[in-house]
Design a protein around this ligand. Structure first.
Ligand code: GAP
Length: 513
Protein backbone atom coordinates (compact mmCIF):
# COMPACT_ATOMS: atom_id res chain seq x y z
CA UNK A 1 0.00 0.00 0.00
CA UNK A 2 2.79 2.39 0.97
CA UNK A 3 4.51 1.64 -2.37
CA UNK A 4 1.31 2.44 -4.22
CA UNK A 5 0.91 5.72 -2.34
CA UNK A 6 4.48 6.66 -3.22
CA UNK A 7 3.90 5.70 -6.83
CA UNK A 8 0.75 7.83 -6.96
CA UNK A 9 2.56 10.84 -5.46
CA UNK A 10 5.23 10.42 -8.13
CA UNK A 11 2.58 10.33 -10.86
CA UNK A 12 1.12 13.62 -9.59
CA UNK A 13 4.46 15.40 -9.27
CA UNK A 14 5.69 14.09 -12.64
CA UNK A 15 2.48 15.30 -14.30
CA UNK A 16 3.20 18.78 -12.98
CA UNK A 17 6.95 18.82 -13.62
CA UNK A 18 6.56 17.86 -17.27
CA UNK A 19 3.68 20.22 -18.12
CA UNK A 20 0.88 17.64 -18.14
CA UNK A 21 -1.44 18.69 -15.29
CA UNK A 22 -1.60 21.71 -12.99
CA UNK A 23 -3.90 22.47 -10.10
CA UNK A 24 -6.55 24.93 -11.31
CA UNK A 25 -5.93 28.56 -10.24
CA UNK A 26 -2.81 27.46 -8.42
CA UNK A 27 -1.60 31.02 -7.77
CA UNK A 28 -4.74 31.47 -5.63
CA UNK A 29 -4.04 28.21 -3.77
CA UNK A 30 -6.06 26.11 -6.20
CA UNK A 31 -9.63 24.93 -6.44
CA UNK A 32 -10.47 21.55 -4.98
CA UNK A 33 -10.86 18.72 -7.54
CA UNK A 34 -10.47 21.03 -10.54
CA UNK A 35 -7.39 20.71 -12.75
CA UNK A 36 -5.86 22.37 -15.80
CA UNK A 37 -4.02 20.52 -18.55
CA UNK A 38 -0.64 21.98 -19.47
CA UNK A 39 1.13 22.06 -22.82
CA UNK A 40 1.82 18.31 -22.87
CA UNK A 41 -1.38 17.31 -21.10
CA UNK A 42 -3.56 19.11 -23.62
CA UNK A 43 -1.86 17.19 -26.44
CA UNK A 44 -2.15 13.81 -24.71
CA UNK A 45 -5.82 14.47 -23.93
CA UNK A 46 -6.51 15.53 -27.51
CA UNK A 47 -4.81 12.38 -28.83
CA UNK A 48 -6.85 10.11 -26.53
CA UNK A 49 -10.05 11.87 -27.59
CA UNK A 50 -9.12 11.49 -31.25
CA UNK A 51 -8.23 7.82 -30.82
CA UNK A 52 -11.66 7.21 -29.26
CA UNK A 53 -13.50 9.32 -31.85
CA UNK A 54 -11.86 7.58 -34.79
CA UNK A 55 -12.47 4.15 -33.28
CA UNK A 56 -16.14 4.99 -32.79
CA UNK A 57 -17.15 7.29 -35.62
CA UNK A 58 -14.65 6.82 -38.43
CA UNK A 59 -14.42 3.04 -38.04
CA UNK A 60 -18.18 2.40 -37.88
CA UNK A 61 -20.41 3.17 -40.82
CA UNK A 62 -23.42 3.21 -38.50
CA UNK A 63 -22.06 5.56 -35.81
CA UNK A 64 -22.08 9.35 -36.17
CA UNK A 65 -20.81 12.04 -33.81
CA UNK A 66 -22.47 15.18 -32.47
CA UNK A 67 -21.53 18.09 -30.23
CA UNK A 68 -24.50 19.13 -28.06
CA UNK A 69 -24.51 22.18 -25.77
CA UNK A 70 -23.65 21.94 -22.08
CA UNK A 71 -26.80 23.90 -21.17
CA UNK A 72 -29.98 21.95 -21.77
CA UNK A 73 -33.64 22.66 -21.12
CA UNK A 74 -34.19 21.97 -17.40
CA UNK A 75 -36.99 19.48 -18.11
CA UNK A 76 -34.29 17.22 -19.62
CA UNK A 77 -33.07 16.48 -16.11
CA UNK A 78 -36.56 15.85 -14.76
CA UNK A 79 -37.12 13.32 -17.54
CA UNK A 80 -33.75 11.63 -17.12
CA UNK A 81 -34.33 11.16 -13.39
CA UNK A 82 -31.36 13.29 -12.37
CA UNK A 83 -33.42 15.85 -10.43
CA UNK A 84 -34.99 13.15 -8.27
CA UNK A 85 -32.37 10.44 -8.21
CA UNK A 86 -28.87 11.69 -9.05
CA UNK A 87 -27.85 11.49 -5.44
CA UNK A 88 -24.97 10.06 -3.51
CA UNK A 89 -25.37 8.80 0.06
CA UNK A 90 -23.15 10.99 2.24
CA UNK A 91 -21.99 10.53 5.80
CA UNK A 92 -19.94 12.84 8.05
CA UNK A 93 -17.47 11.89 10.72
CA UNK A 94 -18.32 14.00 13.76
CA UNK A 95 -14.74 14.20 15.01
CA UNK A 96 -12.77 14.99 11.86
CA UNK A 97 -15.74 16.83 10.26
CA UNK A 98 -14.78 15.04 7.05
CA UNK A 99 -17.47 14.05 4.59
CA UNK A 100 -17.52 10.67 2.84
CA UNK A 101 -19.64 8.72 0.41
CA UNK A 102 -21.14 5.96 2.52
CA UNK A 103 -21.08 3.49 -0.39
CA UNK A 104 -17.39 4.22 -1.06
CA UNK A 105 -16.48 3.54 2.58
CA UNK A 106 -18.17 0.14 2.31
CA UNK A 107 -16.66 -0.61 -1.11
CA UNK A 108 -13.19 0.19 0.22
CA UNK A 109 -13.81 -2.25 3.07
CA UNK A 110 -14.84 -4.93 0.53
CA UNK A 111 -11.74 -4.22 -1.57
CA UNK A 112 -9.57 -4.82 1.50
CA UNK A 113 -11.12 -8.31 1.84
CA UNK A 114 -10.42 -8.86 -1.82
CA UNK A 115 -6.77 -7.86 -1.39
CA UNK A 116 -6.42 -10.21 1.60
CA UNK A 117 -7.71 -13.12 -0.49
CA UNK A 118 -5.34 -12.24 -3.31
CA UNK A 119 -2.43 -12.11 -0.87
CA UNK A 120 -3.23 -15.68 0.23
CA UNK A 121 -3.37 -16.79 -3.42
CA UNK A 122 -0.01 -15.17 -4.18
CA UNK A 123 1.57 -16.76 -1.11
CA UNK A 124 0.30 -20.20 -2.12
CA UNK A 125 1.44 -19.71 -5.73
CA UNK A 126 4.93 -18.98 -4.45
CA UNK A 127 4.87 -21.99 -2.09
CA UNK A 128 3.64 -24.54 -4.63
CA UNK A 129 5.47 -23.21 -7.70
CA UNK A 130 4.61 -24.88 -11.01
CA UNK A 131 2.29 -27.38 -9.27
CA UNK A 132 -0.04 -24.58 -8.16
CA UNK A 133 -3.63 -24.90 -9.35
CA UNK A 134 -5.22 -21.50 -8.67
CA UNK A 135 -8.77 -22.55 -9.49
CA UNK A 136 -8.64 -25.47 -7.07
CA UNK A 137 -6.99 -23.37 -4.35
CA UNK A 138 -9.59 -20.59 -4.61
CA UNK A 139 -12.46 -23.06 -4.42
CA UNK A 140 -11.10 -25.01 -1.44
CA UNK A 141 -8.94 -22.79 0.76
CA UNK A 142 -10.92 -21.88 3.87
CA UNK A 143 -9.38 -18.43 4.36
CA UNK A 144 -9.89 -17.35 0.74
CA UNK A 145 -13.45 -18.66 0.73
CA UNK A 146 -14.15 -16.75 3.93
CA UNK A 147 -12.76 -13.46 2.57
CA UNK A 148 -14.70 -13.75 -0.69
CA UNK A 149 -17.93 -14.76 1.05
CA UNK A 150 -17.69 -11.82 3.44
CA UNK A 151 -16.91 -9.42 0.57
CA UNK A 152 -19.92 -10.62 -1.43
CA UNK A 153 -22.19 -10.49 1.60
CA UNK A 154 -21.18 -6.89 2.41
CA UNK A 155 -21.64 -5.68 -1.16
CA UNK A 156 -24.97 -7.45 -1.51
CA UNK A 157 -26.32 -5.98 1.70
CA UNK A 158 -25.22 -2.48 0.66
CA UNK A 159 -26.79 -2.89 -2.78
CA UNK A 160 -30.12 -3.99 -1.36
CA UNK A 161 -30.20 -1.24 1.29
CA UNK A 162 -29.45 1.42 -1.32
CA UNK A 163 -32.01 -0.07 -3.69
CA UNK A 164 -34.62 0.07 -0.95
CA UNK A 165 -33.41 3.56 0.02
CA UNK A 166 -32.88 2.23 3.53
CA UNK A 167 -30.17 4.71 4.55
CA UNK A 168 -30.45 3.73 8.22
CA UNK A 169 -29.31 0.23 7.27
CA UNK A 170 -26.34 1.66 5.29
CA UNK A 171 -25.26 3.43 8.48
CA UNK A 172 -25.85 0.25 10.50
CA UNK A 173 -23.64 -1.67 8.08
CA UNK A 174 -20.81 0.88 8.47
CA UNK A 175 -21.12 0.52 12.25
CA UNK A 176 -21.26 -3.29 12.15
CA UNK A 177 -18.15 -3.43 9.97
CA UNK A 178 -16.48 -1.04 12.43
CA UNK A 179 -15.34 1.23 9.62
CA UNK A 180 -13.33 4.12 11.05
CA UNK A 181 -12.73 7.58 9.60
CA UNK A 182 -9.33 7.48 7.85
CA UNK A 183 -8.53 10.95 9.25
CA UNK A 184 -9.66 10.84 12.90
CA UNK A 185 -9.73 7.06 13.32
CA UNK A 186 -13.08 7.42 15.10
CA UNK A 187 -16.35 5.57 14.43
CA UNK A 188 -18.46 8.54 15.44
CA UNK A 189 -20.71 8.89 12.35
CA UNK A 190 -23.73 11.05 11.49
CA UNK A 191 -26.78 9.55 9.77
CA UNK A 192 -26.51 8.85 6.03
CA UNK A 193 -28.23 11.49 3.82
CA UNK A 194 -28.83 11.81 0.10
CA UNK A 195 -27.07 14.67 -1.75
CA UNK A 196 -27.87 15.78 -5.33
CA UNK A 197 -24.75 16.12 -7.44
CA UNK A 198 -25.93 18.57 -10.10
CA UNK A 199 -24.59 22.13 -10.22
CA UNK A 200 -27.32 24.72 -10.64
CA UNK A 201 -27.01 28.01 -12.49
CA UNK A 202 -29.27 30.68 -14.01
CA UNK A 203 -29.97 31.73 -17.59
CA UNK A 204 -31.28 35.25 -18.23
CA UNK A 205 -30.54 38.83 -17.28
CA UNK A 206 -33.16 39.65 -14.65
CA UNK A 207 -34.29 37.85 -11.55
CA UNK A 208 -37.92 37.68 -12.82
CA UNK A 209 -37.14 36.32 -16.28
CA UNK A 210 -34.26 34.03 -15.42
CA UNK A 211 -34.54 30.28 -15.69
CA UNK A 212 -32.92 27.74 -13.39
CA UNK A 213 -30.56 25.50 -15.30
CA UNK A 214 -28.14 22.72 -14.50
CA UNK A 215 -24.67 22.14 -15.85
CA UNK A 216 -25.01 18.75 -17.52
CA UNK A 217 -23.85 15.90 -15.27
CA UNK A 218 -23.43 13.56 -18.29
CA UNK A 219 -23.22 14.08 -22.05
CA UNK A 220 -25.66 11.23 -22.76
CA UNK A 221 -28.83 13.32 -22.54
CA UNK A 222 -27.64 15.61 -25.36
CA UNK A 223 -27.66 12.47 -27.51
CA UNK A 224 -31.12 11.28 -26.45
CA UNK A 225 -32.84 14.62 -27.08
CA UNK A 226 -31.27 14.68 -30.56
CA UNK A 227 -32.22 11.09 -31.39
CA UNK A 228 -34.86 11.99 -34.00
CA UNK A 229 -32.87 14.88 -35.49
CA UNK A 230 -29.90 12.63 -36.17
CA UNK A 231 -31.92 9.58 -37.21
CA UNK A 232 -33.93 11.54 -39.77
CA UNK A 233 -31.25 13.87 -41.16
CA UNK A 234 -28.67 11.07 -41.27
CA UNK A 235 -31.21 8.51 -42.55
CA UNK A 236 -29.87 6.15 -39.89
CA UNK A 237 -31.25 2.63 -39.61
CA UNK A 238 -31.34 0.54 -36.45
CA UNK A 239 -28.88 -0.56 -35.16
CA UNK A 240 -26.97 2.74 -35.13
CA UNK A 241 -25.00 4.84 -32.69
CA UNK A 242 -24.49 8.48 -31.77
CA UNK A 243 -21.20 9.46 -30.18
CA UNK A 244 -20.17 12.59 -28.34
CA UNK A 245 -17.31 13.94 -26.26
CA UNK A 246 -17.59 16.92 -23.94
CA UNK A 247 -17.54 18.42 -20.49
CA UNK A 248 -19.73 17.20 -17.63
CA UNK A 249 -20.03 18.59 -14.11
CA UNK A 250 -20.76 16.90 -10.79
CA UNK A 251 -20.62 18.35 -7.31
CA UNK A 252 -18.83 15.24 -6.02
CA UNK A 253 -18.97 14.85 -2.25
CA UNK A 254 -15.54 13.39 -2.05
CA UNK A 255 -13.47 14.50 -4.96
CA UNK A 256 -10.00 13.11 -4.47
CA UNK A 257 -7.41 10.93 -6.11
CA UNK A 258 -6.22 13.66 -8.46
CA UNK A 259 -8.00 13.58 -11.83
CA UNK A 260 -9.79 10.30 -11.02
CA UNK A 261 -12.82 12.06 -9.55
CA UNK A 262 -13.22 15.68 -10.55
CA UNK A 263 -16.01 18.24 -10.34
CA UNK A 264 -15.48 19.32 -13.96
CA UNK A 265 -14.45 16.53 -16.29
CA UNK A 266 -14.87 15.27 -19.82
CA UNK A 267 -16.79 12.23 -21.01
CA UNK A 268 -16.65 10.22 -24.23
CA UNK A 269 -20.02 8.54 -24.64
CA UNK A 270 -21.77 6.53 -27.32
CA UNK A 271 -25.42 5.52 -27.32
CA UNK A 272 -26.18 2.57 -29.58
CA UNK A 273 -29.86 2.21 -30.55
CA UNK A 274 -31.09 -1.34 -31.10
CA UNK A 275 -34.27 -3.34 -31.66
CA UNK A 276 -36.01 -4.26 -28.33
CA UNK A 277 -35.10 -7.81 -27.38
CA UNK A 278 -31.66 -7.59 -29.04
CA UNK A 279 -30.09 -5.47 -26.35
CA UNK A 280 -28.20 -8.20 -24.50
CA UNK A 281 -26.55 -9.40 -27.71
CA UNK A 282 -25.35 -5.83 -28.39
CA UNK A 283 -24.41 -5.29 -24.75
CA UNK A 284 -22.03 -8.26 -24.95
CA UNK A 285 -20.75 -7.04 -28.30
CA UNK A 286 -19.86 -3.60 -26.91
CA UNK A 287 -18.28 -5.04 -23.77
CA UNK A 288 -15.89 -6.97 -25.96
CA UNK A 289 -15.27 -4.16 -28.43
CA UNK A 290 -14.51 -1.60 -25.74
CA UNK A 291 -12.07 -3.92 -23.98
CA UNK A 292 -10.33 -4.48 -27.32
CA UNK A 293 -10.03 -0.72 -27.78
CA UNK A 294 -8.20 -0.47 -24.46
CA UNK A 295 -5.99 -3.47 -25.20
CA UNK A 296 -5.02 -2.05 -28.61
CA UNK A 297 -2.99 0.58 -26.76
CA UNK A 298 -0.60 -2.11 -25.61
CA UNK A 299 -0.66 -1.82 -21.81
CA UNK A 300 -0.54 -5.22 -20.06
CA UNK A 301 -3.83 -7.13 -20.17
CA UNK A 302 -3.69 -7.74 -16.41
CA UNK A 303 -4.39 -4.03 -15.89
CA UNK A 304 -8.00 -4.49 -16.96
CA UNK A 305 -10.92 -6.47 -15.58
CA UNK A 306 -14.70 -6.47 -15.89
CA UNK A 307 -16.91 -5.80 -12.92
CA UNK A 308 -20.53 -6.81 -13.51
CA UNK A 309 -22.93 -4.72 -11.44
CA UNK A 310 -25.10 -6.28 -8.73
CA UNK A 311 -26.81 -2.96 -8.09
CA UNK A 312 -28.35 -1.72 -11.33
CA UNK A 313 -29.31 1.92 -11.94
CA UNK A 314 -33.04 2.49 -12.25
CA UNK A 315 -32.81 2.59 -16.06
CA UNK A 316 -30.56 -0.43 -16.71
CA UNK A 317 -31.15 -4.15 -17.26
CA UNK A 318 -27.43 -5.00 -17.40
CA UNK A 319 -24.30 -3.04 -16.59
CA UNK A 320 -20.58 -3.62 -16.27
CA UNK A 321 -17.49 -1.55 -15.65
CA UNK A 322 -14.13 -1.97 -17.26
CA UNK A 323 -11.90 -1.51 -14.24
CA UNK A 324 -8.27 -0.45 -14.45
CA UNK A 325 -5.45 -1.09 -12.04
CA UNK A 326 -4.75 2.51 -10.99
CA UNK A 327 -1.93 3.21 -8.49
CA UNK A 328 -4.62 3.00 -5.78
CA UNK A 329 -6.05 -0.33 -6.99
CA UNK A 330 -8.69 -1.52 -9.45
CA UNK A 331 -11.35 1.15 -10.05
CA UNK A 332 -13.94 1.96 -12.71
CA UNK A 333 -12.54 3.33 -15.93
CA UNK A 334 -15.51 2.88 -18.27
CA UNK A 335 -19.14 1.83 -17.96
CA UNK A 336 -21.12 -0.24 -20.45
CA UNK A 337 -24.84 -0.06 -19.71
CA UNK A 338 -27.91 -1.60 -21.25
CA UNK A 339 -30.25 1.36 -20.61
CA UNK A 340 -33.42 -0.23 -22.06
CA UNK A 341 -35.87 2.32 -23.56
CA UNK A 342 -35.93 4.31 -20.33
CA UNK A 343 -34.44 7.59 -21.58
CA UNK A 344 -36.22 7.88 -24.93
CA UNK A 345 -39.55 6.90 -23.33
CA UNK A 346 -39.09 9.46 -20.54
CA UNK A 347 -38.27 12.20 -23.06
CA UNK A 348 -41.34 11.21 -25.10
CA UNK A 349 -43.46 11.54 -22.01
CA UNK A 350 -42.04 14.88 -20.82
CA UNK A 351 -41.77 16.54 -24.27
CA UNK A 352 -44.89 15.09 -25.86
CA UNK A 353 -42.80 14.34 -29.01
CA UNK A 354 -42.49 10.86 -30.51
CA UNK A 355 -38.97 9.41 -30.30
CA UNK A 356 -39.51 6.24 -32.29
CA UNK A 357 -38.14 4.38 -35.26
CA UNK A 358 -40.15 2.75 -38.03
CA UNK A 359 -38.47 -0.57 -38.68
CA UNK A 360 -39.31 -1.76 -42.20
CA UNK A 361 -37.99 -5.24 -41.51
CA UNK A 362 -40.59 -5.88 -38.83
CA UNK A 363 -43.06 -3.33 -40.21
CA UNK A 364 -43.64 -1.44 -36.97
CA UNK A 365 -42.60 1.61 -34.93
CA UNK A 366 -40.95 1.25 -31.58
CA UNK A 367 -38.87 3.14 -29.04
CA UNK A 368 -35.38 1.68 -29.51
CA UNK A 369 -33.41 0.12 -26.68
CA UNK A 370 -30.00 1.61 -25.90
CA UNK A 371 -26.56 0.27 -25.14
CA UNK A 372 -24.30 2.97 -23.75
CA UNK A 373 -20.52 3.03 -23.57
CA UNK A 374 -19.29 5.82 -21.29
CA UNK A 375 -15.70 6.64 -20.40
CA UNK A 376 -14.15 9.58 -18.59
CA UNK A 377 -11.43 11.16 -20.73
CA UNK A 378 -9.55 12.38 -17.67
CA UNK A 379 -9.75 8.95 -16.08
CA UNK A 380 -8.41 7.39 -19.27
CA UNK A 381 -5.60 9.97 -19.17
CA UNK A 382 -4.76 8.93 -15.61
CA UNK A 383 -4.83 5.22 -16.51
CA UNK A 384 -2.45 5.67 -19.44
CA UNK A 385 -0.20 8.18 -17.71
CA UNK A 386 0.20 6.25 -14.45
CA UNK A 387 0.84 2.90 -16.12
CA UNK A 388 3.35 4.48 -18.51
CA UNK A 389 5.46 6.13 -15.82
CA UNK A 390 8.30 3.75 -15.00
CA UNK A 391 11.62 3.73 -13.23
CA UNK A 392 14.21 1.48 -14.84
CA UNK A 393 17.58 0.29 -13.68
CA UNK A 394 19.96 0.20 -16.60
CA UNK A 395 22.86 -2.15 -17.33
CA UNK A 396 25.38 0.25 -15.77
CA UNK A 397 23.18 0.37 -12.61
CA UNK A 398 22.10 3.94 -13.28
CA UNK A 399 18.40 4.70 -13.20
CA UNK A 400 16.14 6.39 -15.65
CA UNK A 401 12.57 7.70 -15.37
CA UNK A 402 10.70 7.00 -18.57
CA UNK A 403 7.15 7.78 -19.59
CA UNK A 404 6.35 4.90 -21.93
CA UNK A 405 3.19 6.40 -23.40
CA UNK A 406 1.76 4.49 -26.37
CA UNK A 407 3.57 6.27 -29.23
CA UNK A 408 0.28 7.06 -30.96
CA UNK A 409 -0.79 9.15 -27.95
CA UNK A 410 2.53 10.84 -27.10
CA UNK A 411 2.27 14.67 -27.13
CA UNK A 412 5.56 15.12 -29.00
CA UNK A 413 6.61 12.43 -31.43
CA UNK A 414 10.27 13.37 -31.85
CA UNK A 415 12.94 15.69 -30.48
CA UNK A 416 15.62 16.85 -32.88
CA UNK A 417 18.94 17.40 -31.14
CA UNK A 418 22.11 18.89 -32.62
CA UNK A 419 25.08 17.26 -30.87
CA UNK A 420 26.63 20.71 -30.35
CA UNK A 421 25.22 24.19 -30.85
CA UNK A 422 27.73 25.16 -33.53
CA UNK A 423 29.40 24.00 -36.75
CA UNK A 424 26.14 24.20 -38.70
CA UNK A 425 24.47 21.35 -36.76
CA UNK A 426 21.58 23.49 -35.36
CA UNK A 427 20.77 24.60 -38.92
CA UNK A 428 20.49 20.99 -40.11
CA UNK A 429 18.33 20.13 -37.07
CA UNK A 430 16.01 23.09 -37.82
CA UNK A 431 15.72 21.96 -41.43
CA UNK A 432 14.68 18.46 -40.28
CA UNK A 433 12.05 20.00 -38.00
CA UNK A 434 10.73 22.09 -40.89
CA UNK A 435 10.22 18.91 -42.88
CA UNK A 436 8.59 16.91 -40.08
CA UNK A 437 6.32 19.57 -38.57
CA UNK A 438 3.58 19.16 -41.17
CA UNK A 439 3.03 15.57 -40.04
CA UNK A 440 4.07 15.43 -36.39
CA UNK A 441 4.52 17.50 -33.25
CA UNK A 442 8.30 17.80 -33.00
CA UNK A 443 10.57 19.77 -30.70
CA UNK A 444 14.10 21.16 -30.77
CA UNK A 445 16.56 20.94 -27.89
CA UNK A 446 20.20 22.00 -27.86
CA UNK A 447 20.79 22.57 -24.15
CA UNK A 448 22.96 20.24 -22.01
CA UNK A 449 24.92 17.12 -22.86
CA UNK A 450 23.21 14.69 -25.23
CA UNK A 451 22.69 12.07 -22.47
CA UNK A 452 20.77 14.56 -20.32
CA UNK A 453 18.68 15.59 -23.28
CA UNK A 454 17.77 11.93 -23.93
CA UNK A 455 16.71 11.53 -20.28
CA UNK A 456 14.61 14.69 -20.48
CA UNK A 457 12.76 13.40 -23.54
CA UNK A 458 12.35 9.93 -21.94
CA UNK A 459 10.68 11.54 -18.94
CA UNK A 460 8.45 13.70 -21.14
CA UNK A 461 7.33 10.61 -23.09
CA UNK A 462 8.82 11.48 -26.51
CA UNK A 463 9.15 8.22 -28.50
CA UNK A 464 12.06 9.31 -30.75
CA UNK A 465 15.20 11.40 -30.46
CA UNK A 466 17.01 12.36 -33.66
CA UNK A 467 20.60 13.41 -33.20
CA UNK A 468 22.47 15.45 -35.76
CA UNK A 469 26.27 15.15 -35.51
CA UNK A 470 29.31 16.17 -37.55
CA UNK A 471 29.09 13.02 -39.64
CA UNK A 472 25.60 14.14 -40.74
CA UNK A 473 27.23 16.93 -42.73
CA UNK A 474 29.17 14.33 -44.70
CA UNK A 475 26.62 11.60 -45.28
CA UNK A 476 23.11 13.05 -44.55
CA UNK A 477 22.62 10.35 -41.89
CA UNK A 478 21.32 10.90 -38.32
CA UNK A 479 21.01 8.75 -35.22
CA UNK A 480 17.47 7.76 -34.25
CA UNK A 481 17.08 6.67 -30.65
CA UNK A 482 14.00 4.72 -29.59
CA UNK A 483 12.64 5.74 -26.17
CA UNK A 484 11.59 2.30 -24.89
CA UNK A 485 14.46 0.09 -26.05
CA UNK A 486 17.03 2.93 -26.05
CA UNK A 487 18.31 1.31 -29.27
CA UNK A 488 20.01 3.66 -31.67
CA UNK A 489 20.17 3.30 -35.43
CA UNK A 490 21.84 5.29 -38.13
CA UNK A 491 19.42 6.29 -40.88
CA UNK A 492 19.33 8.74 -43.75
CA UNK A 493 17.45 12.00 -43.17
CA UNK A 494 14.94 11.15 -45.84
CA UNK A 495 13.84 7.99 -44.00
CA UNK A 496 13.04 9.74 -40.70
CA UNK A 497 9.42 10.50 -41.57
CA UNK A 498 8.69 6.93 -42.62
CA UNK A 499 10.28 5.50 -39.44
CA UNK A 500 8.31 7.79 -37.14
CA UNK A 501 5.11 7.29 -39.07
CA UNK A 502 5.37 3.50 -38.79
CA UNK A 503 5.17 3.73 -35.00
CA UNK A 504 2.85 6.66 -34.42
CA UNK A 505 0.29 6.58 -37.19
CA UNK A 506 -3.21 6.23 -35.81
CA UNK A 507 -4.33 4.00 -38.64
CA UNK A 508 -1.92 1.20 -37.76
CA UNK A 509 -2.94 1.34 -34.07
CA UNK A 510 -6.64 1.36 -34.96
CA UNK A 511 -6.14 -1.78 -37.01
CA UNK A 512 -5.27 -3.65 -33.79
CA UNK A 513 -8.78 -3.18 -32.35
N1 GAP B 1 -23.95 8.38 -19.00
C1 GAP B 1 -23.59 7.43 -18.04
C2 GAP B 1 -22.68 7.93 -17.02
O1 GAP B 1 -22.41 9.13 -16.95
P1 GAP B 1 -21.16 7.20 -15.04
O2 GAP B 1 -20.75 5.81 -14.62
O3 GAP B 1 -21.73 8.10 -14.02
O4 GAP B 1 -22.16 6.97 -16.25
C3 GAP B 1 -19.27 7.36 -16.82
O5 GAP B 1 -19.90 7.91 -15.70
C4 GAP B 1 -17.78 7.54 -16.76
O6 GAP B 1 -17.46 8.92 -16.56
C5 GAP B 1 -17.11 6.82 -15.59
O7 GAP B 1 -16.82 5.48 -15.93
C6 GAP B 1 -15.85 7.64 -15.39
O8 GAP B 1 -14.84 7.22 -16.29
C7 GAP B 1 -16.29 9.04 -15.76
N2 GAP B 1 -16.61 9.85 -14.56
C8 GAP B 1 -17.75 9.85 -13.85
N3 GAP B 1 -17.67 10.73 -12.84
C9 GAP B 1 -16.44 11.31 -12.91
C10 GAP B 1 -15.76 12.30 -12.15
N4 GAP B 1 -16.34 12.92 -11.14
N5 GAP B 1 -14.49 12.65 -12.52
C11 GAP B 1 -13.90 12.05 -13.58
N6 GAP B 1 -14.50 11.12 -14.34
C12 GAP B 1 -15.75 10.74 -14.01
Amino acid sequence: MKNNEDKFKKVISHAKEYGYIFQSSEIYDGLNAVYDYGQNGAELKKNIREYWWKAMVQMHENIVGIDAAIFMHPTTWKASGHVDAFNDPLIDNKDSKKRYRADVLIEDYAEKLNLKAQKEIKKAAKRFGDAFNEEEFVSTNAKVLRYYAKRDEVLKRMASSLEAEDLADVKKLIEELEIACPVSGSKNWTDVKQFNLMFGTKLGATAESSMDLYLRPETAQGIFVNFSNVQKTGRMKIPFGIAQTGKAFRNEIVARQFIFRMREFEQMEMQFFVRPGEEIKWYNHWKEERLNWHLSLGLPKENYRFHDHDKLAHYANAAADIEFNFPFGFKELEGIHSRTDFDLKAHEEFSGKKLQFFDHEVNKSYVPYVIETSIGLDRMFLAIFSASLQKETLEDNSERIVLKLPAVLAPTKAAVLPLVKKDGLPEIARKIIDELKYDFNVTYDEKDAIGRRYRRQDAAGTPFCITVDHQTKEDQMVTIRHRDSMKQERVSIERIKEIINREVSMSSWLQKI
